[in-house]
Design a binder for this molecule. Structure first.
Ligand code: FE2
Length: 188
């Protein structure tokens, strides 16, 4: 389940309905693809895409996406920092950014033209669609692990355009979710 945090309001949303509703107000589509399909930890990209073929086909039909691939990074991925540095400052794309998370976590910051910056921590089962032109940036969580299906309308349109606003530097890429309260005592 995705978690939404609005730092300026010191507000965190964790319920599916309120997460989905709030994201809809800023133009972000959020879905849970459940039940998730079983894919082995070492499944190839082809196997992952085959497992989720029905959902991918539906999304392609609805959104005009023409291709899908799988991004799979771990802390040991060569050039990981350079890869992450392309996307961790505010930018937009000429096409939608669509991610379905298979494994691991990440945090999207969305900067609406009108309204407050929203941080969305995504994890396995979460589908996020960031429409073309949306100002945003992305970081991995502490474990630096993510495996996700990406859908493209035209892969050539996915080059980031940087706003160079510096807004991103005002927000810590702190992921929410199970590790948010690491020292919380057991209250049960
Ligand atoms: Fe992006």
């Amino acid at each position: 389940m995705a978690t939404v945090n609005i730092p300026e309001e010191k507000r965190t949303l964790t319920e599916f309905a309120e997460v989905r509703a709030h994201l809809a107000t800023i133009g972000i589509d959020y879905e849970r693809w459940t039940p998730a399909h079983e894919v082995a930890a070492d499944a190839s990209a082809v196997e992952v895409l085959a497992a989720y073929e029905p959902e991918i086909a539906r999304f392609k039909a609805e959104g005009g996406y023409v291709t899908a691939d799988v991004i799979d990074v771990t802390p040991r991925t060569p050039g990981l920092d350079q890869m992450l540095n392309r996307f961790n400052s505010e930018h937009w794309h000429d096409e939608d950014e669509v991610r379905f998370i298979i494994e691991g976590r990440g945090i999207f910051h969305i900067h609406p033209r009108e309204g407050k910056v929203v941080a969305i921590t995504v994890e396995a089962g979460d589908l996020l669609r960031v429409p073309r032109g949306t100002w945003h940036w992305f970081d991995l969580c502490q474990e630096r692990r993510i495996r996700a299906i990406r859908l493209f309308q035209d892969a050539s349109g996915w080059t980031p355009h940087y706003t160079q606003s510096g807004v991103d530097r005002g927000y810590e890429p702190v992921c929410f979710g199970p590790q948010y309260f690491p020292n919380r005592p057991n209250l049960s």
